[in-house]
Design a protein around this ligand. Structure first.
Ligand code: REL
Ligand code: ZN
Length: 468
């Protein structure tokens, strides 16, 4: 069994965490067979929306976002490199990420001399080989990051992406698995849903929408359905079943009064509607896609849904993707209501706001159809990963997934994972030291099992459960 020497315990935990093969359960990576949609290389790394936002904090006012976005990707990357890496020290987490990545690829000298062209040259060896080069680079990235597979974000509503699945999906590497992203259904975005149905020849009815999802499930074979909830998303569940009223979807009032959720049963919500069986009814603004379509299909196919809660899109619309932000405080009790209203559906959830993390743990502790995962986006910083992971271990033991990368660019696997592993190892070693000091004995195999659970094992067990 493991001895009580603190340094030896730390070293063991670090080594187990560094070497465990993880599952990355949410990314925006797409396989090399998706051609230009598979992003990798230095220009993609430098124009990651985190860095674009950072760049604009100090960019000269003459460089408007519009001007910036009209330039080629390479030119944009040049500007970001100069501003954040040459004229400043890359000390932010997003900047450090680029440094870690390049270091891990062996580009030490280029880093020392700030040689952007030299770095570009390195990537050209892969680029010049087209898809084969991308496949080689992809395998290298997964291997170096110690990731067995990453779950993609596959959006049928996006024609550019849909084209890669229809008429026939291409065979893609086992490093990638699919997730079917359905944000318009949660956002009550009737227009997008109607357009998608019409464009592919489905009836514009609730049945048509369900069929649309069933067919995409057959095509993509997703691990789970997924969506991020809009900042003004509400779900009242079965609070007032006797009134047969359902208030769900998007509520504009929620923005003005973010803390007044419990009073909203009395508010005048646009999306308030009579409960309906929905079958064969023509879709209209009042339909509750979440209950009538999404939850029904999740039950019928026994597929979990992954929710990302608390993003406020277009906080600064000029910045486009870089202008998305965070809701100060999302209504986490909505998640509890979802779990109890749809007990047959499994929910994976993560919150964007630091303030929601404690409540999320409590809810996960109450509902076995809920699995909490990862430190998302603005929470994916070492200081915050540390506090969140510590709290989760204290409250949930190892029945959660410690991290996901949310990578958009393949190379980011090479920094997001090592950065997170180091923080998580630090948290864990302190917990094991306390436990061993209080008299518990454990073996290296126990430690290995725990670490595996936190890095994908608990996720796979959750995915293997069924309540249907
Ligand atoms: O999946 C999401 O909704 C988010 O993770 C993204 O919208 C976000 O832009 C992502 O790149 C953040 O890391
Ligand atoms: Zn994401």
């Amino acid at each position: 069994s493991i001895g009580d020497d603190h340094e030896a315990i730390r070293a063991l935990v670090y080594s187990e965490v560094a070497s465990t093969i993880a599952i990355d359960l949410h990314t925006h990576l797409l396989p090399p067979t998706h051609g230009a949609l598979c992003l990798y290389g230095i220009d993609e790394l430098l124009t990651y929306h985190y860095l674009v936002a950072e760049y604009f904090m100090t960019a000269p006012p003459s460089v408007t976002p519009e001007k910036f976005y009209s330039l080629s990707k390479q030119k944009q990357a040049d500007m970001i490199w100069k501003a954040l890496f040459v004229d400043a020290t890359p000390i932010s987490e997003a900047c450090k990420g680029v440094v870690t990545t390049l270091e891990s690829l062996g580009l030490k000298e280029e880093l020392q001399t700030r040689d952007l062209e030299g770095i570009r040259k390195y990537f050209r060896q892969y680029r010049d080989e087209g898809i084969d080069g991308a496949e080689k680079y992809s395998s290298l990235a997964y291997e170096k990051a110690g990731i067995s597979y990453a779950v993609m974000t596959n959006i049928p509503f996006d024609p550019l992406e849909a084209a890669h699945w229809k008429p026939k999906p291409k065979d893609y590497s086992k490093n990638y698995r699919s997730a079917l992203r359905v944000d318009p259904l949660l956002a009550g975005d009737t227009k997008t849903v109607m357009n998608a149905l019409a464009a592919s020849g489905y009836d514009k009815t609730i049945e048509g929408a369900k069929q649309y999802l069933h067919d995409w499930i057959d095509i993509m074979k997703p691990e789970y359905m997924m969506a991020s909830t809009p900042h003004n998303f509400v779900f009242d569940g079965d609070i007032e079943p006797s009134m047969k009223k359902i208030k769900r979807g998007v509520n504009e009032e929620a923005m003005k009064e973010p803390f007044a959720f419990t009073d909203m049963t009395n508010s005048n919500c646009d999306t308030t509607c009579e409960a309906t069986d929905g079958l064969a009814s023509v879709i209209n603004e009042n339909h509750d896609f979440l209950s009538e379509v999404l939850m029904k299909v999740c039950e019928e196919r026994d597929l979990p849904i992954a929710l990302k809660i608390g993003a406020h899109r277009n906080l600064n619309p000029e910045l486009r993707q870089a202008g998305d932000g965070v809701v100060a405080f999302a209504d986490a009790s909505m998640l509890a209501r979802l779990c109890s209203t749809f007990p047959k559906v499994r929910f994976l959830a993560t919150f964007l706001s630091r303030t929601n993390q404690h409540e999320a743990c409590v809810i996960a502790n109450k509902f076995s159809n809920l699995h909490i995962y990862g430190c998302w986006w603005y929470c994916n910083n070492p200081s915050i990963i540390e506090e969140i992971t510590k709290m989760r271990v204290e409250m949930l033991s190892t029945a959660f997934t410690a991290q996901h990368s949310d990578c958009r660019v393949l190379d980011q696997l090479l920094y997001k994972w090592p950065h997170s592993r180091a923080v998580i190892a630090n948290v864990l070693s302190k917990e094991y030291i306390k436990l061993i000091e209080s008299g518990w004995s454990m073996t290296r195999a126990d430690l290995r099992r725990d670490v595996k659970n936190l890095f994908g094992g608990s996720y796979e067990k959750f995915m293997a459960k069924s309540f249907v």
